[in-house]
Structures are given as C-alpha cells and as structure tokens.
Design a binder for this molecule. Structure first.
Ligand code: CDT
Length: 308
C-alpha cells in the first residue's frame, strides 16, 4: 500500500523587485508547514522563483535572461534543496530554464526525499503570442520567451507512486493527462500562473477562470483515474491579478483540498495511491476499452478541418 500526504504550496504574488532569495524563504516557510502536516511531497507553482515575466515585452534579450536559471540547484535555490533534504520531503517546482546551448524552456523538476532531481519536464502547450500585441489588454509572451518542451510527457516512480508533471496551460489539454495515463500515472502535479481576466475578452473574469481550472483538473483526474494537484501563483502581481484556486483532486475527480486565499497558503490531502487501481481496471481500463483505430486524427492533424 502506498499512501502519502501531498501538499500544495500556493504562492501569493511575487513582484518584479522581489529577489529569488526572498521567494525561496517563503517557499521554505511553506515547506516547514507541510512537514508539520506530515507531507512527503510538496508541489509549488509554475515559474515559482520570479514574477510571471511573460506579461512584459522585453526587446533586450540580456534583460530576458535575468529571469532564467542556468543551473538547478543554484545559489538562490540551494537552501530549499537543503531544507527538503533535512525534512526528507520530495518536491516539485517550476522555473525558467536557460540551457548551456542557449535554449529557453518553461520547466519543472521533481525530486525524491533526498532532494535529488529525478525528473524534469518542459512545458509543451505554450499559450500566448511571440510579438507585442496591441489588441490585448496585457501581454502573454510565452511563445516569445520559451521553446515548446522537447522532453514529452514522462512519468517517474518516485517514493512509491508513479508521478508525472505538466505546467499551467497543459492542464487544459486532455492529451496531457492521457499521455501520462497511458504510463499508469497515479499523481499529476501542475503549477500555474493564470491571469484572472482574459486579455482578449474583458468580460471573462475570475469566476469563469476558476471554473475552467477546476473543470480541467477534475476531468483529467477522473478520466485517467489519477490524483491531480494544481497549484497557483495567485494575487495581484505587478498590478496584474492572477487566480488562486489551488486544488488537490482524487482519482474520482473530487476535490479533496482547496486554497481559500490569493496568498501563500498550504493545502494538503492524504493520498492513497491504491485508489487509482479501481478506475484503471474498470471504466478506464485503457487496454480493454480504447479504440485507437479511430484516434488517428489526434496525432496526424493539429487544427480542426471542417469539410461539411
Ligand atoms: N501560464 C499559463 O500557461 N497561463 C495560461 C493562460 C492562458 S489564457 C487562458 C493558462 O492556461 O492558465
């Protein structure tokens, strides 16, 4: 039997002027709280170390690179790794990765209880645009600052459970969960930075955005009989509101824990990974029920083609 208390460490806003060291101190505070709850794994948001910088158009690539990490761990994040090792707590968090070859990715890593990195994921579904867009109320320049991830969707057996990662916009795509589900995933961790307003439709605000976040995370969990943890960076960041709504979802799609604030806040739930087996061997027994002969379009065609 494998069970573990999983913690979601929602972060409140990180302003442009906030140092990585100050953010890491906040992350350690949340980790200490998670230890008090007996957590074996703590999940932090996407781009956890800085403000959500893709909202800013930067023509100067030297400035862009100040938001990226060249190695992990590094000087700023080492205290987090050291505390995780002391507490024997696995963790996952997101950051902007600049490789030695000069490639830029929106990345997350997964560690074991010894604070060794056992998994890395690079965001596949990058939202937004790559040039300044005068039509939008604010910018979302992920396609400018990152390449689409090149590692695919992988799982790792970590501390007794089969774990996979995705990042923010990935949570809206059923393909994400299914690629992980087809590898038997039991826990999907997803950090996010979601603006509370649609930059292209002002009328779409917080309520609808939270609904879509829940809908995506809960359906991904249910349809693949897996736990899903979605963790926000929330609140008013550099004058721009981000949704909170971090949740832990069980393999039936029910919400076990939910953040109530838009600040640094810990949620946690006791996750019994054996509970994934029922769905995986009955209604979502992929081997018995999937009909791949009818799914060809999913990989051969990207956009919709209307022929009628
Ligand atoms: N960071 C990130 O991927 N944010 C996107 C905003 C897209 S607009 C709905 C998200 O999917 O939340």
């Amino acid at each position: 039997m494998t069970r573990m208390i999983i913690a979601g460490a929602q972060l409140g806003p990180i302003q442009k002027a906030d140092s990585r060291e100050a953010v890491v101190a906040r992350m350690i505070d949340l980790m200490n709280m998670a230890a008090d709850k007996g957590a074996g794994l703590i999940v932090y948001p996407e781009l956890a170390l800085t403000t959500f910088f893709p909202r800013w158009y930067m023509p100067d690539w030297n400035e862009v690179d100040t938001w990226f990490e060249r190695e992990m761990p590094n000087g700023a994040t080492m205290p987090l790794f050291e505390r995780a090792r002391e507490l024997g707590m696995a963790m996952t968090f997101g950051y902007a990765e600049l490789t030695p070859e000069g490639r830029r990715f929106n990345t997350s890593i997964l560690t074991n209880r010894k604070a060794e990195i056992v998994g890395k994921y690079r965001k596949v579904h990058l939202p937004g645009h790559d040039e300044y867009d005068t039509e939008r109320a604010f910018q979302h320049l992920e396609k400018r600052y990152f390449e689409p991830g090149d590692l695919g969707f992988n799982v790792w057996r970590n501390e007794g459970a089969i774990m996979g990662m995705a990042i923010c916009n990935d949570r809206r795509w059923p393909e994400t969960y299914r690629c992980l589900g087809l590898q038997g995933v039991e826990l999907v961790t997803i950090g996010y930075n979601t603006p509370a307003v649609n930059s292209q439709m002002n009328a779409e605000g917080l309520e609808k955005r939270l609904f879509h976040s829940d809908l995506s995370l809960q359906s991904g969990a249910y349809q693949n009989a897996t736990y899903v943890v979605g963790v926000a960076k929330a609140g008013l960041e550099d004058g721009h509101p981000l949704i909170g709504g971090s949740i832990i979802v069980d393999p039936d799609g029910f919400v076990l824990a939910r953040a109530e604030t838009e600040e640094d806040e810990l949620i946690w739930a006791d996750c019994d990974f054996d509970k994934c087996a029922f769905g995986k061997t009955t209604i979502f027994d992929f081997a018995r029920h999937r009909r791949v002969e009818h799914y060809g379009r999913i990989t051969s065609q990207t956009g919709a083609i209307v022929e009628v």
